[in-house]
Design a protein around this ligand. Structure first.
Ligand code: SF4
Ligand code: SF4
Length: 361
């Protein structure tokens, strides 16, 4: 749908109830979606759509079934097509995407008869290469003929509204998978999961948690069950099956899992969404501060490497589910420290080499 059509729909259907603005700093700053839509139709809008995290909380809470974030993404697309120079501010994240797509970092390794591939995602591969490697080893036991694909799903370009680039790049990934007969993607990254679910609907797309079982004895001897919280990534907002599987895994570890207010379908953005921090750090950090108030001093488990990194900037003790499942005691005691750039790039290269060797055997 074009931007005028989207704006016309939002303007006509929004009853200005204000529910969507209750937890959203962007809407609190710029006004309700119906009013923003009206200014778009009049070509008089003074809204910076690049300050919206595209988290879709507004879509979830809207009693009228309106999808304001779709309109804000379309506004981004219009801005980028009119002034491509806008993207200069995002050089760092776009360079990260380009490197992930390059021959240096990417890998398509599919053994004979391969139907399913592990597509870990750039972020977890760099920050937690050892946990990613162990996830692969575990997955291999339950998925015969498993292959590996290292590539960037191009969500940065998508979220920045550079849709032509996104479509071309993503289509190349899908074509390469198709040429190798791949029918199933198993990922450890919620963003990759969301992109494949949204734009490659012919593929079976799963998160790796659906294949894993925790070692129930790993807390044997512990006197009390540590209390933990869980943060669902906003890309998993509309996937209750994944949310439930993650909770079952955590409960299987005999942890005292306490729900945070505003989670599952109503989860908050961690602050990283939509690259808002590149244009307004304060708005981006507001989400993390809200989470910190809710979590207090409890450790917060998440299953997105990006969320883990961003929430920790607000002083939250975050634990990635992959680290927790693979070495619970070390993960909870803070002994597993995620790597940072430039080490993350080196990790990805080493991981690529390990995958190549493993799949040659
Ligand atoms: S997508 Fe998220 S940040 Fe954007 S308007 Fe909706 S609730 Fe606010
Ligand atoms: S929740 Fe829906 S109807 Fe209410 S102000 Fe937001 S977009 Fe409009």
């Amino acid at each position: 749908m074009s931007l005028p059509d989207l704006a016309g729909k939002v303007h006509a259907e929004c009853v200005r109830c204000g529910l969507c603005a209750e937890q959203c700093a962007f809407l609190q700053k710029y006004g309700l979606p119906g009013d923003i839509a009206k200014s778009v139709l009049n070509s008089r809008f003074q809204v910076d759509p690049f300050e919206c995290s595209l988290c879709q909380l507004c879509t979830e809470v809207c009693p009228e079934g309106i999808n304001p974030s779709q309109m804000f993404l379309s506004m981004r697309t219009q801005s980028v097509s009119r002034s491509p120079a806008i993207l200069k501010k995002y050089r760092r994240i776009l360079a990260y995407e380009a490197l992930g797509r390059s021959g240096l970092m990417s890998l398509y390794k599919t053994p004979e008869g391969c139907r399913a591939v592990f597509f870990p995602g750039c972020s977890i591969s760099g920050t937690r290469s050892e946990s990613t490697w162990k996830l692969f080893q575990g997955l291999r036991k339950s998925v015969p003929g498993l292959g590996v694909v290292l590539d960037c799903c191009c969500k940065p370009s998508h979220d920045l509204g550079n849709m032509d680039k996104f479509r071309n790049s993503f289509q190349r990934i899908v074509s390469r998978l198709h040429a190798r007969g791949v029918e199933e993607i198993i990922t450890a990254c919620p963003s990759c999961f969301w992109i494949f679910k949204s734009y490659a609907r012919h593929l079976c797309v799963k998160m790796i948690w659906e294949y894993l079982n925790p070692d129930k004895d790993c807390l044997a001897g512990s006197e009390k069950r540590p209390r933990v919280r869980l943060h669902d990534p906003c890309t998993i907002r509309f996937f209750p099956d994944v949310q439930e599987k993650v909770r079952a895994l955590i409960r299987g570890l005999d942890l005292d899992l306490q729900e945070l207010p505003l989670n599952s379908r109503k989860t908050l953005c961690c602050g990283e969404g939509g690259s808002v921090g590149f244009v307004n750090k304060d708005t981006a950090m507001k989400w993390g501060r809200m989470r910190k108030e809710q979590a207090g001093n409890d450790a917060v488990i998440t299953y997105c490497a990006g969320c883990a990194g961003f929430l920790s900037l607000s002083g939250i003790t975050t634990v990635h589910l992959a680290d927790l499942l693979l070495d619970l005691k070390k993960a909870l005691s803070g002994e597993i420290i995620p790597d940072k750039p430039p080490m993350t790039y080196w990790n990805r290269l080493r991981l690529k080499r390990r995958f190549v060797r493993a799949l040659l055997k």
